[in-house]
Design a protein. Structure first.
Length: 287
């Protein structure tokens, strides 16, 4: 506190400064000869040029005490106390701390905004990747379906290239108006075929596994005795459970037949369905 000097400027008390800065203000003309100064240890305010430490800082001669009487009248009985006042100085440390706090808050806000933007970009890229995967999957399915639709007919003795696609019968299955006409259409047991017989009520089905060899021509025939002439039997052949049938009959009469090329060697499931309305005793002939 002993090193700080208080001074007035045009009758207003200013913020305290050290002696060297007060000398610089006097040399620059900011501190006039009519201004007053005070520091701890002085009994009262005094004209700046009359103070020994500042007498050489003023280019003009010191003023007389009578000339400064008007300026000292308002401050004579006051004990000067430090306070903040306007003067041409750089920002105080308190103001510098506030500026640093403001910059820190601004930086935090910028980081939060950048984090939100980055998260949004990541979510967008993830969704875009998922959508692209779905589009690719749909396009692949379309291409596969188009390939199946546009594929040229296979030669009778040539195996199909895609094991997953259902195989069409080699010859159209006759569609008789009733069971007797179906028998006249040439649905007869193949020579040397194995067979088994099963009784089926209306709406029932029966399945059996049989082995088949790849690249071979397979023919499976069902000949039935029915309780009602309108009874219809359907025949289906599957390679795997849950897939499309390798071959299937139209199911328009009591007798039916399927012919197809065996895509791969293995076990195949034969399914015989009684579509009704009557019961049936079905004999299945297979390789």
């Amino acid at each position: 506190m002993a090193d700080l000097w208080f001074y007035t400027c045009d009758g207003k008390q200013m913020e305290p400064v050290d002696l060297q800065e007060l000398k610089n203000l006097a040399t620059a003309g900011y501190l006039k000869t009519t201004d007053l100064v005070w520091r701890e240890g002085m009994p009262q305010w005094a004209p700046a040029p009359s103070v020994r430490e500042l007498s050489r800082a003023f280019p003009q001669p010191p003023v007389f005490a009578e000339e400064a009487e008007a300026s000292t009248a308002s401050l004579r009985d006051r004990n000067p106390a430090p306070f903040l006042a306007e003067r041409p100085r750089s920002a105080s440390p308190a103001n510098g701390g506030s500026a640093l706090v403001g910059l820190a808050v601004l930086g935090f806000i910028v980081l939060v905004v950048l984090g939100i933007i980055a998260a949004g970009v990541m979510v967008f890229l993830k969704l875009d990747k998922e959508e692209a995967g779905k589009v690719v999957e749909v396009e692949e399915r379309k291409q596969q379906q188009q390939h199946v639709n546009e594929a040229p007919p296979q030669a009778p003795n040539q195996p199909l290239r895609n094991d997953e696609q259902p195989l069409r019968p080699l010859h159209p299955i006759p569609r008789p108006d009733n069971a007797l006409q179906g028998a006249k259409a040439g649905i007869e047991p193949p020579a040397g075929a194995k067979n088994f017989t099963v009784d089926l009520a209306a709406g029932a089905e029966h399945s059996t596994q049989i082995p088949l060899t790849a690249k071979g021509k397979a023919e499976i025939v069902v000949i039935s005795r029915v309780s009602q002439p309108e009874t219809k039997i359907q025949l289906e052949v599957y390679k795997q459970v849950g897939t499309l049938p390798v071959a299937a009959s139209a199911g328009v009469g009591k007798d039916c037949r399927v012919q197809f090329l065996v895509p791969t060697t293995g076990s195949y499931r034969i399914v015989v369905n009684n579509l009704g309305p009557g019961s049936a005793t079905c004999t299945v002939y297979h390789p």
